[in-house]
Design a protein around this ligand. Sequence first.
Ligand code: FAD
Length: 321
Amino acid sequence: MSGILIVAEHTRGVLADSSADLIGAALAIKEKLGGPLRVLVAGDMPRFFAGALNRPGVDEILLAETGSANFDAAASEAATMAAAARCEPALILVGHSASGVSFAAALAVRLGSGFAADVFGLDVTGTGLRATRSGYANKVNVELDFPGKSVVVLTIRGSTFKAPDGRGEAVVTTLPLALYGIAGRYRHLGFTEAPSSDIDIGKAEFILAIGRGIQDEKNVPRFTALAEKLGATLGCSRPVADSGWLPKPHQVGLTGKVAGNCKLYLALGISGAVQHQHGMKHVETIIAVNTDANAPIYNIATSGCVLDVFDFAAALERAAG
Ligand SMILES: Cc1cc2nc3c(=O)[nH]c(=O)nc-3n(C[C@H](O)[C@H](O)[C@H](O)COP(=O)(O)OP(=O)(O)OC[C@H]3O[C@@H](n4cnc5c(N)ncnc54)[C@H](O)[C@@H]3O)c2cc1C
């Protein structure tokens, strides 16, 4: 068993960003782990995605014709099993998305492999592969080794790793697959678009996030204008999204988005619950503003300011002109 197999993901003809994230994750340990990096793409026209997946460091792209334009967990599992049987990888990476988690664990059971979900750190130590994920509602980071496992399946948290830009020199191979009785086990009833939004918390480098401390919906436009003035993306805590003050795509945290690319996070009137921290505690520079000096956000903040958010906003507005 050697090398890495990635399972790319796409929806309605568009390659998911997680596919590039997976390539980035694999490249972080490819040299240490050894062996080739292969990318599997399954669907009704997998060749369509081969160009976009051909990134530097990818050695082979495997195409699996499943005959289904829509995601099919059973067909994805069967295609990955077929690719694993052909390539015998030491590591299989799947996106930690609704699609990925619907077949990754079953795949691990069928392979008798090691398994971990929502992984955001990878390394190869003297004893082999090591994966990092969070535990106890994000209170601790857990490092996992997989002793005695010749293959490991991991689902990888989105926006955590970055793939290099540019074009690679991958060989493209079509896998012979017999999916009779497998593809079509699931019936696709329809597709519901998530509410559209022009913001992407996962890609933002500077986030100004507001919490319940802003007191009222009528204060949201003031912070929206401030974020715009500063060139920040507006994020929020869950109560702000749940109350309908801002649309759900603005929410940072466990049931929101992970601020994967963020370098500067300004947390205004946010207490810093573990579920919120899940989406932002990794950020390099966190500045917290909260009237409660004992708020948990101060445990992870780089700098803190025990101050009323409205006084802080007024000072920033003056400074920004
Ligand atoms: C399964 C589950 C999933 C969850 N997922 C998420 C998630 O994805 N994202 C998320 O954010 N939460 C999530 N939560 C909710 C989370 O537990 C907290 O309830 C939430 O993060 C609190 O939001 P908040 O900090 O805005 O509000 P609060 O906890 O009410 O904090 C408001 C803060 O504002 C401060 N404040 C008040 N007035 C002012 C002022 N004038 N100036 C300055 N500071 C002021 C207060 O001191 C307080 O610390 C989840 C919970 C569960 C159970």
